[in-house]
Write a new protein. Structure first.
Length: 257
């Protein structure tokens, strides 16, 4: 159940979330031999959905969002078949944690990389332009209002042909609770007049399962890893993708960027 906000300044808010997304939205593979392709398709059918849990901690103008990935797909990635080893690379670039400091106007995003995580440091230059609607629904016994946010999506590039993403926009859907006056939510989203209890981003739906206040103050720690700028991260990702694709010449991939 959601807790009523009382003297929240002296406590830490903790929100537990559960997410469900379709694996087919994260990886598309072609170019294998018929035998290997059939084996891969049969294995993926056993895991049509990928699940993960996450936790949001909030104290004052700061929040820390941490994701725990589902391990149910690990048997597929640990088959030992050299033809399937590249499947694990779809984790490259996956978000592991997001730290926000609204007072310092700073975002730190930890992402998986080839060997150690990278932390992308960004300045929060403008507030998200949310459009708050009139539609409502109940989550955890609390009335929530629907809001949408249009986000520009940059294309991933490799010789202008290998990565299929193009310049486009995506619409994020958030359901926030005005009763809980906290401007944060999952996936690093913020800027609404209430805690975000549910989001719909592409094929991924993230919903709060528990909202509570911790009686003692808990430190919100920034993620660890090599700190880079967004521009440096893009360059490092392109170089990593180039190395990966050059070793898989006959395979077409769509990889999260």
């Amino acid at each position: 159940m959601c807790s009523t906000v009382i003297s929240a300044q002296q406590r830490t808010l903790r929100v537990s979330y559960a997410s469900v997304s379709k694996i087919s939205a994260a990886i598309e593979v072609s170019g294998y031999s018929d035998e290997v392709k059939k084996q891969l398709e049969e294995e993926l059918k056993k895991h049509t959905e990928q699940r993960e849990t996450s936790t949001l901690l909030q104290s004052g103008t700061r929040s820390s969002y941490t994701i725990v990935e589902d391990k149910s797909v690990e048997p597929l990635l640990a088959k030992g078949n050299s033809s399937l080893e590249g499947v694990n690379s779809f984790k490259l670039g996956n978000v592991q944690s997001i730290y926000l400091d609204l007072e310092a106007k700073e975002r730190l995003t930890q992402k998986a990389f080839t060997d150690k995580p990278l932390v992308i440091k960004e300045e929060l230059t403008a507030s998200p332009q949310w459009k708050i609607g009139t539609e409502t629904k109940e989550i955890l016994g609390k009335k929530c209002t629907k809001a949408t946010l249009t986000v520009a999506v940059k294309p991933a590039t490799y010789n202008d042909t290998r990565i299929t993403h193009k310049d486009t926009t995506e619409t994020y859907i958030a359901w926030f609770c005005k009763e809980i006056a906290v401007p944060f939510g999952p996936e690093g989203l913020y800027g609404l007049p209430g805690l975000i209890l549910e989001t719909e981003i592409n094929s991924k739906i993230t919903t709060a399962t528990k909202v509570e206040y911790i009686s003692q103050s808990q430190s919100l720690l920034a993620p660890k890893g090599k700190i880079v700028t967004p521009e440096q991260y893009e360059k490092m990702m392109e170089e990593a993708l180039t190395r990966f694709l050059e070793t898989n010449e006959d395979t077409e991939w769509e990889i999260k960027h």
